[in-house]
Design a protein around this ligand. Structure first.
Ligand code: PAF
Length: 326
């Protein structure tokens, strides 16, 4: 009996020595889309790199598909520390740091490369730093692609075609001004309500990049897709200061590097879906049309009064510097 007890105590002791107790911090990460979306892929990569390089001291728990609520609520949770991390669109970011709204100006970026260079360069990085003062740690810019319009009313070729259209926009003042100026009837709405509103017909359409249209299967509830590319849609990787301030500098660096790798994965996903998305959506039965350069110019012309408003909100030099970025 005594021999058995001694053996048991010895076994427990060697198990404890072999597996020292390591404090683990759980990172609850919330995002609006499915695990197989660009957000899911980025969150997965963020997790892999952090877990591997911190030897499991941090673990991730995913809340995809708006599992923690709309993007505004999740960002507020990150501020409060009830959510440790998120990947969000620029939808509500201008309500936290007004300067982010400059990237939401329609037809500002020429292509994905232009947008990525601005966001990864001093202009984008300066804006990331502004989030510190709002109780948010903004680690990197990600992206969704260029936004396009889907609806159930008619195909779109010129600004007149969206006249009176009940179009869901993000809760984003820049987008709202644009669609009001174009004569649509924009309805700002949090993403979790959108599919239901489209199904019930309380709105005619919405606008989002191919990454979202494909991964959220908007073809199930929308007939027409117009490749309008009217605005670039950035995303952001945010961490709560509550968890950030408790980390060593080394771990903060690992989180930064992992976020950069997550962005590579997200942009890779977007590149792929920009290539294949149109065909996928045609195959799924959508009526797809693309605005020509002249059509896009007509939209830009119709937006002239909105641009006047943007120039009073944002520094003209900043807008010019963005446009001039090679
Ligand atoms: O349209 C939006 O609100 C956003 O693009 C979405 C789909 C939530 C992804 O961030």
């Amino acid at each position: 009996m005594t021999v058995q007890k001694t053996a048991l105590a010895g076994a427990i002791l060697s198990a404890l020595v072999a597996t020292p107790l390591v404090a683990q911090t759980e990172i609850k990460i919330g995002y609006a889309l499915a695990p197989d979306s660009h957000y899911g892929v980025a969150a997965e990569r963020w997790q892999e790199v952090v877990e591997e390089r911190t030897d499991g001291r941090f673990t991730f728990r995913h809340f995809p598909s708006s599992g923690l609520g709309g993007e505004r609520e999740v960002i507020e949770g990150v501020q409060l520390g009830t959510v440790e991390a998120t990947i969000v669109s620029s939808g509500t970011l201008a309500n936290f740091v007004a300067e982010t709204g400059v990237f939401d100006i329609p037809f500002l970026f020429r292509d994905l490369g232009h947008a990525r260079r601005v966001l990864d360069g001093p202009i984008g990085q300066d804006i990331l730093e502004m989030f510190d003062a709002e109780g948010l740690v903004a680690l990197a810019w990600g992206e969704q692609g260029f936004r396009h319009i889907t609806n159930n009313r008619n195909q779109i070729g010129n600004p007149g075609d969206i006249s009176g259209m009940r179009l869901r926009t993000m809760e984003n003042p820049i987008h709202l001004t644009a669609f009001q100026t174009l004569g649509a009837a924009p309805t700002p709405m949090a993403w979790p309500e959108v599919i239901g509103a489209l199904q019930q017909g309380t709105i005619d359409g919405q606008e989002n990049p191919l990454s979202v249209i494909v991964s959220a299967s908007l073809n199930d509830v929308q007939q027409y897709l117009t490749i309008s590319g009217h605005v670039y849609s950035p995303a952001m990787l945010l961490v709560s200061p509550m968890v950030w301030e408790g980390m060593s500098e080394e771990d903060q660096q690992i989180f930064r590097e992992a976020a950069a790798e997550a962005v590579v994965a997200m942009r890779g996903f977007v590149d792929n879906v920009e290539e294949s998305g149109l065909e996928t959506l045609r195959e799924r039965g959508m009526d797809v049309a693309e605005l020509s350069a002249e059509d896009r110019a007509a939209f830009q012309e119709a937006l002239a009064p909105a641009y006047e408003e943007y120039y009073t909100t944002y520094d003209r030099d900043l807008i010019d510097a963005i446009i001039a970025t090679e």
